[in-house]
Write a protein that binds this ligand. Structure first.
Ligand code: AMP
Length: 426
């Protein structure tokens, strides 16, 4: 299938061509036709699937097809849980509508409201927003939703996780009832389905980008058993071996800052993004990372959710997530679109239960790196269980051109392997 066969306008087709997109991704191929027909949509899809274009492209076309009497009034509203995602969606919308006269604006908290208010005053067709700032500016009279014809709730599960349910319900009361609604969520538990029922018309269409194996096929995965205390050394060791940019996930804000301090001491350019950082600091860190000036970005899940970093080579789960779906979101940061990537997990003794849950969800065992220079601590804490599959040669050196020297002998820095390998009952 090609984009031409979807009946898109020439301005949109040339914008897509400019992006280098040759054919629609599965979610785009499924969603664009039903959205052009005007149906509501329930989409189960993770980021990295081309979801953003799947909804922004038909919305742009629909707006162009139904010229509003009110020029520069908000016709489409996209609500996202995080600022980063809002920025990303807005960037996408701007790109795909570059050949049209539509104007896109983005508003979110954590920064001064005045420039956003100025933009709103100048007139906006597509507004991308996070819930708090949206309601704030609406209550101050800067946002008029009467001309709205399209509403998108993106990453609904994350929205609920972040406690936005009341804001969303409040917002729904402000929307015209005659509208096309799109509801996206990576997961569809009962609460999410209930919420979608309040937003979508009963004849909505559903697209599900089936992820039989929810972990992206292109991402090679491996896990290291390592004690908590050895994690910094293992990370530094891996950074010497791996090439390219690395996104490191921690569970806490404090933990992320600590990792950055350790890396900086070792001369590695690193930055953290998490909820305690100002919006400017977060954007600066992300920009530095995307441009390659910051090699390692250390993030909490909430800050990193939905972030699109093209060409990201490696994800390191410095701490395993306690919610297994989060693992899938994390490793989905790499291996996006056509790219390939690797995920390396550090598993301490008290995280073994998390690993088990993850493996249950992905219906596969994450291959274990059996030998590495930091096995000593791990060995003291547990022995490698039976039936644990070891990583194969290729998985040991995920996507590096040089290839790590994980063997129990010498590390790259010349440090001898410490202690014995974990006892293994095979
Ligand atoms: P998303 O899931 O919307 O965050 O998109 C993931 C990545 O895929 C982004 O970098 C998009 O620019 C890219 N992308 C979206 N649609 C296509 C397409 N049809 N062909 C190639 N890349 C795409």
């Amino acid at each position: 299938m090609t984009f031409d066969s979807l009946g898109l306008k020439p301005q949109i087709l040339s914008a897509l061509k400019e992006q280098g997109y040759t054919q629609p991704t599965p979610i785009q191929a499924q969603s664009i036709p039903v959205l052009l027909e005007g149906y509501d949509l329930l989409g189960t899809a993770q980021t990295g699937t081309g979801k953003t274009a799947a909804f922004t492209i038909p919305i742009i076309q629909n707006i162009l097809d139904a010229p509003s009497e009110r020029r520069r009034s908000i016709k489409a509203l996209v609500v996202t849980p995080t600022r980063e995602l809002a920025l990303q969606v807005a960037e996408n919308a701007k790109r795909y509508s570059s050949g049209t006269s539509l104007r896109t604006a983005v508003i979110f908290g954590g920064v001064g409201a005045n420039p956003q208010i100025d933009q709103l005053k100048r007139g906006v067709d597509i507004l991308v927003a996070t819930p708090g700032r949206l309601l704030d500016l609406q209550s101050q009279g800067f946002i008029d939703l009467r001309s709205l014809t399209h509403f998108v709730l993106d990453e609904a599960d994350q929205m609920l996780d972040m406690g936005f349910i009341h804001d969303i319900k409040k917002l729904l009361r402000l929307l015209p009832s005659k509208r096309q609604s799109l509801f996206f969520s990576a997961t569809m538990p009962k609460t999410i389905m209930e919420l979608s029922g309040q937003i979508l018309k009963p004849n909505y269409k559903q697209v599900r980008i089936a992820v039989e194996k929810p972990t992206a096929e292109r991402v090679s995965q491996c896990v290291y058993y390592v004690s908590k205390g050895e994690k910094p050394s293992l990370l530094i060791h891996l950074l010497e071996e791996l090439e390219g940019s690395v996104l490191v996930f921690g569970r806490t804000k404090h933990g992320c800052d600590k990792v950055v301090r350790i890396l900086e001491k070792k001369g590695v350019s690193a930055a953290a993004i998490h909820g305690n950082k100002s919006q400017n600091a977060r954007q600066k860190a992300l920009k530095g990372f995307k441009e390659g000036n910051v090699r390692v970005l250390v993030a909490t899940d909430i800050a990193a959710r939905g972030i699109d970093i093209s060409g990201l080579e490696h994800v390191v789960n410095y701490e395993l997530p306690n919610i297994s779906e989060t693992y899938v979101h994390r490793i989905g940061r790499t291996g996006r679109a056509e790219a390939s990537g690797s995920s390396i997990s550090f598993c301490a003794a008290d995280e073994r239960g998390y690993l088990k849950d993850i493996e249950k969800l992905i219906k596969a065992q994450v291959p274990l790196i059996e030998e590495h220079p930091f096995t000593e601590g791990a060995a003291e804490e547990w022995s490698v269980p039976e039936n644990r599959i070891p990583a194969k040669q290729g998985q040991r050196a995920p996507r590096t051109s040089r290839g790590p020297k994980h063997g129990g002998g010498n590390s790259r820095s010349g440090a001898p392997a410490r202690g014995k390998r974990p006892s293994r009952r095979r």
